[in-house]
Design a protein. Structure first.
Ligand code: MRU
Length: 353
């Protein structure tokens, strides 16, 4: 199934769909270098944990392709490390950019130390690694979709299911297909989706602006709700499962995701609704034992006090605007859906590679 495309890369040319302009306008903007990518990530022109890492890696590929002047493998290593270290500082909560940077720096170190590899081969191997991120992510998402849909079908045991989701985890947040929205897409393709309820996702409205846009685009049976309607909707519509994405999953399964995820998980427990997290392995941070160590991004207060340029909150009020919250592993009752299968949170630690 053709899904929306938010990241376009060909022969060293990178363009991204400016998500700040959605749903009014579909405008692609060029990313000419790592600095452009850093700014696009920071300003949330591209957002969503996997998409952030892919655009970061591809922006480095753009620069590396243009670079003729590097004469030694050490110069390539230094160039790659400096650029990736910088990209990691763009946003703090999602771990995907950090893990992608660590993997690429490790590769660059290995190529530098391998005497059988010359400079051109080292550069080509690094480029190949960076450019593969796009296709790898789509393949991972297709597998996540399959595993998630099969697990939900097995546990819910109904012909058609009602799903709730939060934030945006679709083609716009990934290289294509999506993670949690990928599972919903797979259910829809298998004619097993009765209805998906997507939350508005205040204050940045990734749900109403982006997920709703994708759902309409894909013609899925979907209903938008405000975040404050989640409990009522669970009760009224007999939701079968909630599925969300992740920005960072700790080794014990605690999961950081868009603010509002934790309250959905608590509500799911009260209403006996299965709660799933869908994320690629590149969102799992095996180095941190629990969600307590996950850095939570604080966002500008204007996201809460204004709608566009219009102030909707009383002037002078103090605000608290964390971009993410942490759902304790015990609330993830359905499981963590990855490209390698569906796991209970307490199974994760043993999967460290
Ligand atoms: C597949 S994306 C999973 C998460 O990154 C997503 O749910 C989310 O929280 C995105 O937050 P955002 O602040 O829009 O980057």
């Amino acid at each position: 199934m053709a899904t929306l495309e938010a990241i376009k890369y060909k022969n060293g040319q990178l363009e991204i769909l400016d998500q700040l302009l959605l749903p009014e306008s579909c405008t692609f903007i060029p990313i000419r270098n790592v600095q452009d990518a850093w700014a696009a990530i920071r300003e949330m022109k591209v957002r969503g944990a996997p998409a952030i890492a892919i655009v970061g890696c591809l922006s480095l590929a753009v620069e590396l392709r243009k670079l003729a002047a590097l004469e030694t493998k050490k110069e390539i290593y230094r160039f790659v490390k400096e650029k990736l270290d910088y990209l990691v500082t763009s946003r703090p909560t999602a771990v995907n950019m950090q893990l992608a940077a660590e993997a690429c720096i490790k590769l660059s170190t290995r190529l530098m130390e391998d005497v059988s590899v010359d400079v051109t081969e080292a550069k080509d191997a690094t480029l190949k690694h960076l450019e593969a991120t796009l296709a790898n992510d789509v393949a991972d998402n297709l597998a996540i979709g399959e595993h998630g849909a099969t697990d939900i079908q097995k546990k819910v045991n109904k012909d058609k299911v009602r799903i709730m989701t939060h934030c945006n985890t679709g083609s716009l947040a990934t290289a294509g297909y999506g993670t949690a929205l990928g599972v919903i897409r797979s259910l829809h393709t298998a004619n097993m989706l009765d209805q998906v309820y997507c939350t508005e996702t205040r204050p940045y409205n990734q749900g109403s602006r982006l997920t709703a846009f994708e759902l309409v685009y894909e013609k899925m049976p979907a209903t938008l709700i405000c975040d404050s309607m989640a409990a009522a909707a669970m009760k009224q519509f007999n939701i079968d499962a909630i599925i969300v994405g992740a920005d960072r999953v700790a080794a014990n399964g605690d999961t950081a995701n868009k603010i509002g995820t934790y309250q959905l998980a608590v509500l799911a427990k009260c209403h006996n609704v299965l709660f799933y997290v869908a994320a690629p392995f590149s969102s799992i941070d095996f180095e941190i034992p629990s969600g307590q160590s996950i850095p939570i991004e604080e966002r500008p207060h204007s996201e809460m006090t204004h709608t566009g340029s219009i102030r909707t909150a009383a002037a002078g009020i103090n605000c608290w605007n964390p971009g993410f919250d942490v759902t304790p592993a015990e609330f993830i009752t359905g499981g963590i859906v990855t490209e390698k299968g569906v796991f209970k949170p307490d199974q994760l630690a043993s999967l460290k590679v």
